[in-house]
Ligand binder design. Structure first.
Ligand SMILES: Cc1cc2nc3c(=O)[nH]c(=O)nc-3n(C[C@H](O)[C@H](O)[C@H](O)COP(=O)(O)O)c2cc1C
Length: 356
C-alpha cells in the first residue's frame, strides 16, 4: 500500500489516510455563521477522500476575525449551523476538524479579492484590534491595543469556550491557529512581542499565552480527541522566531496535550524573502518531528501524489495538508490513489466513474 494511504491514529480518532484539508478562509459567513457554501465546500472534500476536513480559521471572538466575512464560534448560536456539516463529513468517513483562531493585529481586513487591506469601521471593519504589543503589522494597518493581563485571561477562556462549542457541534479535532502572524503567533515572536510582563521577554514568557490556550482547551476537550497546533516554523527573519524555537516549543506542547504540529511558516512581518517552491516547508515538519519528538503535518505546495507519498514514506511528516490543490480538485485523494496504484473505494454514487 502507498504510505500516503496508511491510516493514522491520534488518540481515539482514526484517519483513513494521510491526506488532510488545510484550513482555508472562505470569506463567506455573515456574523460568523456557517452556511450552505461551507456545507458544499467542506462536504465535497470529504466526498473526495481526504481523511481530515478542517474548517477555516474560526474566530473565538468577533473582533478576532480576520475579515467581517470570517467564520466564527464566539456564541452558542454558532453551533447549530456546523452540525449538518460535521455530520456529513463524518458520514463520508472523514474526520471533521476546526481551526480556532484570533487574528490579533491582522484583524479587520477586507476580502483578498479586493486586495486584503485593513478596512475601517465604515467599510465593515472594527476598532480597536488587539495584540501583545501596540505594534502595527505594516504601514497602513491599524495599530493594535496591547492586551492587559486580564484581557489575555479572558481570551484564553474564549478559546476554551469555543472548543466546547466545537465539540457540541460534532468536531473531532481542534487545531489551534498559532501561525501566519495572527494573535498567538505574535506572542511567540520577539519581533511582535515587546512585553515586559510574564507574557513577554524570555522564550518561556513568549510561549506562555499559547501554552495557556492549549492547556485550557485540553481541560475541556474530550480526552480521546486530538489537538493540532499550527505554527509558523520560522518568521524568515534573522531577528524573529526560528526553527530551533519551534522545536523547543513542540517539546513543551506535547506534555500539555498537543498531538500533532502543523508546520507552516511566515506571515508575521511583510517583505521577507521566502524560498517558495514544492515542499518548501517540509524540512520544518521533518526537523520538528525528529528533534521535537512529536507527530507533524507538512503543508505548503504539495501537489503531486508521488511527492506527498515520499513525504510520508521517508518519515518527514505523519500527514500532509493540501490547500490550493484541493480547491483545484476536491477529488485529489481519489486521483492520487489511482496514480499510486492504491485501490481506494469511491463513493457508491460515483462508482461507475472510477477509473479501472
Ligand atoms: C483561500 C485560502 C485561505 C486560507 N485560509 C487559511 C486559514 O483559514 N487558516 C490557515 O491556517 N491557513 C490558511 N491558508 C493557508 C493554507 O492553509 C496553506 O497553509 C497554504 O495555502 C499553503 O498550502 P498550499 O500550497 O497547499 O496552498 C489559506 C490559504 C488559501 C489559499
Amino acid at each position: 500500500m502507498a504510505h500516503l494511504f496508511e491510516p493514522l491514529r491520534l488518540r481515539d480518532v482514526e484517519f483513513r489516510n494521510r491526506i488532510m484539508v488545510s484550513p482555508m478562509c472562505q470569506y463567506s459567513s455573515v456574523n460568523g455563521m456557517a452556511n450552505d457554501w461551507h456545507f458544499v465546500h467542506l462536504g465535497s472534500r470529504a466526498v473526495g477522500g481526504a481523511s481530515l476536513v478542517m474548517v477555516e480559521a474560526t474566530a473565538v471572538t468577533s473582533e478576532g476575525r480576520i475579515s467581517p466575512m470570517d467564520m466564527g464560534i464566539w456564541s452558542d448560536a454558532h453551533v447549530e449551523p456546523f452540525r449538518p456539516i460535521f455530520r456529513f463529513i463524518t458520514e463520508r468517513g472523514a474526520v471533521p476538524g476546526i481551526q480556532l483562531a484570533h487574528a490579533g493585529r491582522k484583524a479587520s481586513t477586507g476580502e483578498p479579492w479586493k486586495g486584503g487591506h485593513a478596512v475601517s469601521a465604515a467599510e465593515g471593519g472594527w476598532t480597536p484590534i488587539y495584540a501583545p504589543s501596540a505594534i502595527a503589522f505594516a504601514e497602513g494597518w491599524q495599530t493594535p491595543k496591547a492586551l492587559t493581563v486580564t484581557e489575555i485571561a479572558e481570551l484564553v477562556r474564549c478559546f476554551a469556550l469555543a472548543a466546547q462549542r466545537a465539540e457540541a457541534a460534532g468536531a473531532k479535532l481542534i487545531e489551534i491557529h498559532a501561525a501566519h502572524g495572527y494573535l498567538l503567533h505574535t506572542f511567540l515572536s520577539p519581533l511582535s512581542n515587546h512585553r515586559t510582563d510574564q507574557y513577554g521577554g524570555t522564550f518561556e514568557n513568549r510561549t506562555c499565552a499559547l501554552r495557556e490556550v492549549l492547556a485550557a482547551i485540553r481541560k475541556v476537550w474530550p480526552e480521546g480527541y486530538p489537538i493540532s497546533v499550527r505554527i509558523s516554523s520560522t518568521d524568515w527573519h534573522e531577528n524573529g522566531w526560528m526553527i530551533e524555537d519551534s522545536i523547543a516549543l513542540a517539546r513543551m506542547l506535547k506534555p500539555l496535550g498537543a498531538d500533532i504540529i502543523d508546520c507552516s511558516s511566515g506571515g508575521l512581518v511583510p517583505n521577507v524573502r521566502i524560498p517558495v517552491g514544492p515542499g518548501y516547508q517540509t524540512l520544518f515538519a521533518q526537523r520538528i518531528r525528529q528533534e521535537g519528538e512529536i507527530p507533524t503535518i507538512s503543508v505548503g505546495m504539495i501537489t503531486d501524489p508521488a511527492q506527498a507519498d515520499h513525504i510520508i514514506r521517508t518519515g518527514q511528516a505523519d500527514a500532509v495538508m493540501l490547500a490550493r490543490q484541493l480547491l483545484r480538485d476536491p477529488y485529489w485523494p481519489l486521483h492520487a490513489a489511482k496514480a499510486l496504484g492504491h485501490d481506494m473505494a469511491w463513493p457508491l454514487q460515483y462508482e461507475r466513474a472510477k477509473p479501472r
